[in-house]
Design a protein around this ligand. Structure first.
Ligand SMILES: *Cc1c(COP(=O)(O)O)cnc(C)c1O
Length: 396
């Protein structure tokens, strides 16, 4: 390839990175290699492939041409060394922790990370002797205090789910470095269109591609993007054997979704700005959290760290749980569902849904109040979304 995609714009990267015309057929769209295994020319070829002396596909868990295209595309967008795709976002997290930590190591995490991400660390990785502390990583002193000599990994989600609290990636990367710990950032909420943590000093980025990267609410999938060859190698070894790999058909669908990432994020974000302003001005709304509003306590950090405020908004209706439930029970165009980052607007109530498994004490401590409502604004015409809010608000 004569042109250097790493220097091009992110719309160009989303469409072209990792992609090439198929040499065998001239197909412009990526071919779907739906195969579990690959034939060798002869025994010597098979031996050379296994020994890594020759580049060749062996078995889809270890590598597949359709999956590789997606890995290259996301790695280019994030500015990473390479990509390791997984069957889900949670598999990306679990594979990373499995590869990076051992018994006796300590992890510091963002207190309001995606509910199941916290759950698997607290309940399952702890059974293998991995210790943890979840703190408000938006507060740098809290991060410094939580660091122990055994801390090997700092795991940050920014903006965090669903409190929309931001973490200063550059500052936390520095704290981690001073402690010989790695920084893993879950970049699902922003996608590489709005935030590139590796450029800010993070060591590894992970995604639930189920959300913005695929964007069409029809695939569950994940990706790990290590910043260096050494980290890529370390995680890849585990990725081979853990079995959390991606199916070629999943990769093919996500490749299709990825091409429109730029225009989708832009359209969702334009709508979200208007929805956030509408909610903030509404007399029945207690507060709104959106990085694009000046009322967000970390508005300045958002401007510095993100290329745009994104499409996720949290707000609280006056009247707590009941009032929130009345609003959600009356939406018509918006869909009452978990997940986010798709073309359609989804609205949900974390304390009864995504974060219901969390004890109320820790949920409140993490800033997730009883009446908090989260909306992932989609690409519909914004007038229709505002009209839906207006009619549902009348029931509150
Ligand atoms: C959805 C999500 C995950 C988990 O991803 P799955 O694809 O559902 O396994 C992790 N982190 C964040 C921020 C998410 O939104």
């Amino acid at each position: 390839m004569s042109h250097d995609l790493s220097k091009m714009g992110r719309n160009t990267q989303a469409i072209h990175a990792g992609q090439h015309v198929d040499p065998a057929t001239g197909a412009v769209a990526p071919p779907l290699f739906q195969t579990s295994t690959f034939a060798f020319h002869d025994c010597a070829h098979g031996a050379a492939c296994f020994a890594g002396e020759q580049k060749g596909y062996i078995y889809t868990r270890m590598g597949n041409p359709t999956v590789e295209r997606l890995e290259q595309a996301v790695a280019t967008l994030e500015g990473g060394y390479g990509g390791l795709s997984t069957g889900s976002g949670l598999a990306a997290l679990c594979t990373s922790i499995f590869a990076l930590l051992k018994s006796g190591d300590h992890l510091v995490g963002t207190s309001s990370v995606y509910g199941p991400s916290r759950m698997v660390i607290e309940r399952d990785f702890s059974r293998f002797g991995i210790e943890y502390d979840f703190v408000d990583t938006g507060d740098l002193d809290a991060v410094r205090k939580a660091m122990r000599p055994q801390t090997r990994l700092v795991f940050v989600e920014t903006p965090a789910n669903p409190t929309i609290v931001l973490t200063d990636i550059e500052a936390v990367a520095e704290i981690a470095r001073q402690n010989d710990a790695l920084l893993l950032v879950d970049n699902t909420f922003c996608s590489p269109l709005l935030q590139r943590p590796l450029e800010k000093g993070a060591d590894i980025v992970m995604h639930s591609m189920t959300k913005f990267i695929n964007g069409h609410t029809d695939v569950v999938s994940g990706m790990i993007v290590p910043g260096t060859e050494a980290l890529y190698g370390q995680i890849r070894k585990v990725h081979y054997y853990l079995g959390a790999c991606m199916d070629p058909h999943q990769a093919w669908l996500v490749l299709r979704g990825l091409k429109t990432l730029g225009m989708r994020v832009k359209a969702c974000q334009e709508n979200a700005i208007k929805v956030a302003e509408y909610l903030e001005a509404h007399p029945k709304v207690e507060w709104v959290r959106y990085p694009g509003l000046e009322s967000h306590p970390q508005h300045e950090l958002a401007r510095r760290q993100m290329d745009g405020p994104g499409a996720l908004i949290s707000f609280e209706i006056k009247g707590g749980v009941e009032a929130g439930a009345r609003l959600l029970d009356h939406v018509e165009l918006m869909t009452l569902a978990v997940s986010l980052g798709g073309i359609e607007t989804l609205i949900q109530h974390p304390s009864s849904m995504t974060h219901a498994a969390m004890p109320r004490e820790s949920r409140l401590a993490a800033g997730i109040s009883d009446g908090l409502v989260r909306v992932s604004v989609g690409c519909e015409d914004v007038e229709d979304l505002l009209a839906d809010f207006e009619q549902a608000m009348a029931h509150v």
